[in-house]
Write a protein that binds this ligand. Structure first.
Ligand code: AMP
Ligand code: MG
Length: 375
């Protein structure tokens, strides 16, 4: 579940593999019905899984159950609801009957050898259902990246520790790791103190072991923000540093060619880190695995006018809901800035408000990045 399929899956048999009866009743010849036959002698009973029982005469039939294979001698099924059985004769009440009624004909869904699941695609319950029915108990899937989450900061202690008055507990690495778990990635986590030598040493080790390094904190202008310098000294190519956005402006992104490692370094502020995860990392993951590089996110309509003056793209926290007219609506839930992660419990998406605009009217629609299921 949730992995990306890396091979096309073909049908090992026709789907359905035989003329499958879809109602419990009697199997007859439609031509007999057209000729006016309304009483059929029952020549046997066919249950699902049975070898079909044939009959010879036009006024004959077999009782047949849903899922059973239709005999060659029949082409249509009349439901039990439309017959009355007495002394081995099925009398048909006044009905209209089409040729082929209540029969799901062999090969009408897919032909043997046809591709039934195309790669790449995300494996969901419908994919599992199809794979099972064509006899595939194991599937080739795309490899997931090996990911390490590194939190930085001298002020941080672990969950089970009691912080001093001036310390806080780590939360970013747990947030990232929980989100990655939903995508099947079991990331490792480690913490490094604000120390340039340790920062270099730990990142060097990680570059050997992982495909992706995700960092939180230590990338801003602070005196103890050692990450960008360490990455530079280690030969990680900076692809960009800083994005004209709020939150998450200090986001640093690069790659280390020698070890083939990607580095996503997110700001430490929990909301900034969270936004960068949903807006950059997860779309990157999806694009890398499925080849879908243009995630078409939904739009929602603002239910209140908003003003945002700075010339930055504003990822505003919103609560999405389905409006009375079934339109996707967004209620602004701005909270107290990028340190206020309690607000992430109330909101369910970020709304992408363009940098070129500073007033956003009620009813105007903008792209949204949900981080919870909307319905
Ligand atoms: P920094 O980006 O390192 O300057 O950190 C910015 C803010 O985010 C500071 O208030 C940090 O204490 C906080 N912070 C950094 N890392 C984490 C983390 N892993 N969990 C929670 N808060 C963090
Ligand atoms: Mg820090």
């Amino acid at each position: 579940m949730g992995r990306v399929l890396a091979e096309n899956i073909t049908a090992d048999r026709d789907l359905p593999p035989y003329n499958r009866v879809t109602m419990d009743g009697i199997a007859i010849r439609h031509s007999a019905f057209l000729q006016g036959v309304r009483a059929f002698r029952i020549m046997g009973t066919v249950a699902a899984g049975d070898t079909p029982v044939d009959f010879e005469e036009t006024d004959q039939c077999v009782e047949i159950m849903t899922g059973a294979a239709l005999p060659e001698s029949a082409d249509s099924v009349i439901r039990y609801e439309d017959i009355e059985i007495k002394d081995g004769i099925a009398g048909v009440t006044d009905i209209r009957l089409k040729k082929g009624q209540n029969v799901h004909r062999q090969g009408t869904d897919k032909k043997q050898g046809a591709t039934v699941i195309k790669s790449p695609c995300y494996i969901d319950a419908a994919v599992i259902s199809m794979a099972a029915s064509v006899g595939r108990s194991s599937l080739l899937v795309r490899k997931l990246p090996r990911v390490v989450i590194i939190s930085t900061g001298d002020e941080l202690v672990d969950i089970d520790q009691q912080p001093t008055d001036w310390q806080i507990r780590k939360s970013n690495s747990y947030a990232i790791s929980a989100s990655l778990l939903q995508h099947g990635i079991h990331a490792d986590s480690l913490h490094i103190a604000d120390d340039p030598a340790v920062t270099q040493e730990k990142i060097t080790q990680c570059m050997q072991q992982y495909d992706v390094i995700m960092l939180s904190g230590g990338i801003s202008m602070g005196k103890f923000d050692y990450v960008p310098q360490a990455l530079g000294e280690l030969g990680v190519t900076k692809l960009f540093h800083k994005v004209k956005q709020r939150p998450g402006k200090p986001f640093w992104f690069g790659n280390h060619q020698a070890s083939n490692t990607l580095v996503f370094a997110f700001p430490g502020n929990p909301v900034s880190c969270f936004l960068c995860l949903y807006r950059y990392f997860l779309p990157w993951l999806k694009a890398s695995l499925s080849g879908d590089t243009s995630p078409n996110m939904p739009v929602a309509a603002l239910d209140t006018a908003v003003t945002f003056e700075p010339p930055l793209q504003y990822f505003m926290q919103v609560r999405l809901y389905i409006g009375d007219d079934s339109r996707l609506m967004a209620k602004p839930m701005e909270g107290n800035g990028s340190g206020d992660f309690s607000n992430l419990l109330e909101a369910n998406a970020f709304m992408e408000l363009p940098a070129e605009q500073s007033t956003f009217s009620m009813g105007e629609q903008f792209k949204v990045w949900p981080f919870k299921p909307i319905v």
